[in-house]
Design a protein around this ligand. Sequence first.
Ligand code: PMP
Length: 441
Amino acid sequence: TSSDSSSLLSYGSNVTKGVGRITEGIMTSGKGSYVEYDDGRKMLDFTCGIGVTSMGHCHPKISKAAADQCMNVVHCSIAFHEPYLRLIQKLLPIMPDPSLDSFFFWNSGSEAIEAALKMARIATGRQNIICMQGAYHGRTFGAMAVTRSKTIYSKGVAPLMPGVFTIPFPFWHQLGGKPDMPDDAQVAQCLYQLDLLLAQQTAPADTAAIIIEPVLGEGGYVPAPRAFLEGLRAVCDKHGILLIVDEVQSGFSRTGKFFAIEYSGVRPDIMVVAKGLANGFPLSGVISRKEITDKLTPGSMGGTYAGNAVSCAAACAVVDAMHEENVLTNVNTRSEELFSALNALKSAHPQHILDVRGRGLMVAVEFATPGGPGAARDAVAAPVAATMASRVAKKCIARGMLILTTSVYEVVRFIPPLNISAADLAKGAAIFREAVEEVIR
Ligand code: PMP
């Protein structure tokens, strides 16, 4: 009853302040593309819990697979369990490169990033890591050390892991350009900065890995141009540096291919997955080559809950459902519809909308800032500031759609369910349009 939930809600004041949320109230249920709150609000979900419940909330087959597993083996950290091995069996055929044949599962994206960084150091015997400006890899210490999207994660907690170097990601904001800056000029600048870095700051013989998101996520939803990824691969090959590809947000059909790296044809040495992998059950994976992982000592990786049986059973059902429901076809069709709606909005309001970008159903709209095109807003104040992107997101929420902002720029991101219907996608695009027009009116 509502009095129950209002007394429960009072415990909200006991929730640690460092934990974020975007809506008031208590979420009581989720089905497909919608979630419901205790006060009866029903919301269209264009966040998927930050790219996690990609096959929709409580997908019947995925939830059933998890429930069945709950009656069988829930936890097992001292032997193989069936869902773990079955998951490897299902993942092997969809790997972006056949060389990726060594799997280990953990709980969160951050933990898997930690493992990837350790693996790279162990396998190469080198210590330094190169990351991208604007990157987000997580909030644990190693992951935070290679995170460059906002200072809120590391503010006040330094010193972080040393030996981390940064190059710009090909994103016009980071290169002093405008949205129409040509890709090849951006790529050339960034690869030049990498060459300089390897000549001036970290010798190749000291450099273990380059880590990159194939679509910059928390840094602004920017797909890496193919030539950039190819360039990184070439530098890695030349110097024996490992390429770590973080597919935590972009993986599992989100961008219209199973993995976003497939758009480039580039081979990762280590690939990190999480989020959409198990549709809401905590599960991440570090995927590499035996040649690399054979250098590890048994017992040196993982933790008590690594590769939980219920999560692995859910992930098996995710992969099956993605095949059975032809989800990639839906992603690509819905993506075209979303781009066409957003580009129409941009044409209608060119002075307010700077850019529409992304891949598949990982899409962003960037607004012009009062400081002129491309001015960064205050990252620390951003979550509470009455900026354009957060004002639009709030209006969307008031109109019944959950949506998130991202980065230190004026960016709203669209992460709808991959199996969303044409009608719900159109409804979300219409709510967004109304919200934008209300804010700029
Ligand atoms: N890498 C990327 C690209 C991410 O988007 C995230 C989460 N937003 C992470 C790593 C960290 O994952 P987790 O929150 O599960 O630790």
